[in-house]
Design a binder for this molecule. Structure first.
Ligand code: BGC
Length: 375
């Protein structure tokens, strides 16, 4: 490797190729930027989908897109205007960058996760290179400090932000009810409420942990019959795993009782709408999965609509995360590490060199969270 380039993994959509190539080394161009050495990058469903060329857009001046949006890095150089970080600090970057339009109140308020124009960009996904490479440069406003003790698990911060942003919205929506919205409730604001997580992938398992630390009685409803490693992990943290292969949605609802909250993390419409049908009175259903576009399926639309009205139900779709969600994720990760050290470690099922990209991105999805480790 010469000094100006570094290894990177990305897609070249015009050639429908996924490749390991040389990419220019980024340098600090603005005073508030920092240069970061990548330590770990998580692989997720979005990366795999970008590799099918159904999603993902390279920057305007590039025919390739460097992948990767779940990263942990170490600051190695700071611009003269950087005030919150120093070399040696561990950081997790956010994903979305604001649109340029003055008329977008969300982006102008650093809430690009709620961009109104659609002209936002996303590192490793939409028009900005990602983190699946050796170094990156980022403005300090898009970086979050990670305590050194979390180094071994901090690559999970970004997937955990999905639950953090979801829950922040759930609290807001349920202010319409007499839910206990005291943020200092000693046992968590979900105490006395029942939550269901759909799916036992990384977003689901980290979501279940979040719900548990917030006091919810938590069930995870996922396909595979027991015994299996994900079910064992879920049961070990004090949630209850139930398989949709052996328990139908209506049987599941009988076991669970009134469902106050569903956190969908499965990315499949059929099972999601089957469970929406058993959502409880005054319940909230949060969709987080992004299914690939598929042929239409029948759903009981009248029954669902009738029920949503008669039962005061709310449905929320949520994507991306703001700085507050990243900060909450970093705090909660420290709590999870104290409470379930082994279970948290076992969410990361494999660490691989950059050279294993092909198997990780194009091979059969295995394990829970697989990570590229750059050391
Ligand atoms: C990322 C989000 C992003 C979304 C849509 C997800 O995988 O975690 O940050 O907004 O994809 O591109």
């Amino acid at each position: 490797m010469n000094n100006d380039t570094m290894r990177a993994v990305g897609v070249i959509p015009s050639k429908r190729e996924v490749a390991l190539f040389q990419h220019h080394q980024p340098t600090i161009r603005r005073p508030t930027e920092a240069r970061i050495r990548t330590i770990e990058v998580g692989i997720c469903g979005t990366d795999r989908e970008i590799c099918t060329f159904a999603y993902g857009t390279p920057p305007n001046d590039s025919d390739y897109l460097v992948l990767g949006h779940e990263a942990l890095g170490e600051i190695i150089e700071v611009g003269p205007g950087v005030s919150r970080f120093r070399p040696g600090d561990l950081v997790v970057p956010t994903v979305r960058r604001p649109c340029p339009h003055e008329s977008c109140p969300s982006c102008r308020d650093a809430r690009q996760d709620f961009c109104f124009t659609g002209d936002f960009t996303e590192r490793g996904i939409k028009m900005v290179h990602g983190y699946m490479t050796e170094f990156f440069v980022e403005d300090e406003v898009h970086l979050n400090l990670v305590p050194k003790e979390l180094r071994d698990v901090a690559v999970l911060v970004e997937p955990l932000t999905v639950a953090e942003k979801a829950l922040a919205q759930v609290w807001q929506v349920q202010r319409r009810l007499n839910w206990d919205v005291d943020p200092n409730h000693p046992e968590g604001m979900g105490t006395g409420k029942t939550a269901v997580v759909l799916g036992a992938g990384p977003v689901g398992i980290l979501g279940a942990m979040t719900l548990l630390v917030n006091g919810f009685k938590t069930f995870v409803y996922s396909r595979s019959a027991e015994p299996n490693p994900k079910a064992a992990l879920v049961n070990s943290i004090g949630a209850k795993y139930i398989s949709s292969e052996t328990t139908s949605p209506s049987e599941f609802a009988k076991i669970v009782g009134n469902i106050d909250l569903v956190y969908e993390a499965v990315g499949q419409a059929k099972i999601s709408f089957d469970v929406l049908k058993v959502l409880g009175l005054n319940g909230v259903f949060v969709f987080t999965g992004i299914p690939p576009v598929k042929p239409a399926i029948p759903i009981e639309a009248d029954t669902l609509m009738r029920q949503m009205v008669l039962m005061n139900q709310a449905i929320i779709g949520t994507v991306n995360a703001d700085r507050a969600a990243f900060e909450a994720a970093i705090r909660d990760l420290a709590t999870f590490k104290k409470r379930w050290p082994q279970a948290l470690q076992s969410v990361i099922t494999g660490r691989f060199p950059l050279e294993s990209y092909r198997e990780l991105l194009l091979g059969k999805a295995t394990g829970i969270k697989n990570v590229i480790s750059l050391g």
